[in-house]
Every structure is written in C-alpha cells, then in structure tokens.
Design a protein around this ligand. Structure first.
Ligand code: SF4
Length: 172
C-alpha cells in the first residue's frame, strides 16, 4: 500500500548516550566514524520493521509471526530527524526492512526534505534496491548507503537469504 502508513505508537530512541563506549555493542561499531580523536554517533531512526525477505538469521524476516510490525509515516520520520538535530546530532541514519510501502519516490522526497530543512548528513540502510534507486537517492542528497554483507559464499548466501543470490547483490 504505497503512500499509506498506518503506524503503531512506539518510542523512538534519540537520547544521546552519556558514554558511547558503554552504549554500543561490538556489532554497532561500524555505526561509528572515527574523526580526529572523537567518535561521531548518528541518530538512528528505524522507521519500519516490515520486510519482504525471509533471511533465516533475522528477526524481521517475513514469516516471523511473533513480531509486532510498525511503520512510521514520512512526516513522523522528518519530525524525529528534527528532534535529533535539535539534540545535537548532525548525522542521521534511516533504517528499515525491505519494505515496498516506501517507494523510491517516498524515500527520495524524505531525504530531500531532511537535506533542505535540516541540513543533516543522511545514511540509508534499507536493504536491496535497484541501481537506479541508489542513483536517485544519491542525487537528492543521500550521503551514504549501508548494505550489510553476511557471507561471500554463494551457496550459503542463497540458503540464508532465500530468493536472493550473491551475484545479484554484487551486480547492483
Ligand atoms: S532483508 Fe534485512 S531486514 Fe529483511 S529479513 Fe533479511 S536481514 Fe532481515
């Protein structure tokens, strides 16, 4: 249902950690950017936990019926980004499962508004998209795109991520 975003109220964690070293776990370390002698922490907005994929290792996988699903509307995402900026963040990460409710038009419009209204650096972590989609998002101002890479073994990749292939991931 592109353009329609029923949401379930949920708190968005945007509090600046008092001690970044204690507040992050090892898997979070790529979130950090080393700059001179300090770390820069992005505000992370996880705006949808719907996903069309069924990766065996992931709690967001499509067939996980135990998970309460939510989506956050673009206006709410923008408001959360504004809150993050007001709290001192200048870098934001927008993260979701592979959720077709957020078309590339919706995502591009959102990135454009964050850039124009808030002037924040924007990182996206939205799963696999087409090369044209990546280009479009870059063209409206997205600064980075995070694609997690689980394995370089094609057979294991196909088994862990049903319906996808390592070759296709690498081609796009
Ligand atoms: S595509 Fe990402 S969010 Fe979706 S099931 Fe796979 S690992 Fe989880």
């Amino acid at each position: 249902m592109p353009g329609d975003f029923p949401t379930i109220p949920r708190p968005i964690l945007l509090k600046k950690p008092t001690n970044p070293v204690q507040s992050i776990g090892l898997p979070d370390i790529p979130r950090l950017t080393r700059k001179k002698s300090s770390y820069i922490l992005p505000g992370i907005i996880e705006f949808s936990n719907y996903c069309v994929r069924n990766c065996l290792y992931c709690g967001l996988r499509r067939d996980n019926r135990l998970l309460t699903r939510y989506r956050i509307a673009p206006e709410e995402i923008l408001a959360a980004a504004r809150q993050a900026r007001d709290e001192g963040y200048w870098r934001i990460m927008l993260q979701s499962g592979e959720d077709p409710a957020y078309t590339v038009d919706v995502l591009a419009g959102l990135v454009q508004r964050i850039k124009e209204k808030l002037d924040m650096a924007v990182t996206l972590s939205l799963g696999d998209h087409s090369r044209d989609d990546y280009r479009r998002l870059r063209d409206v101002g997205a600064n980075r795109y995070l694609l997690k890479h689980e394995t370089a073994d094609p057979a294991l990749f196909a088994r862990l991520r049903p319906g996808t292939t390592l070759e296709r991931r690498l081609l796009t």
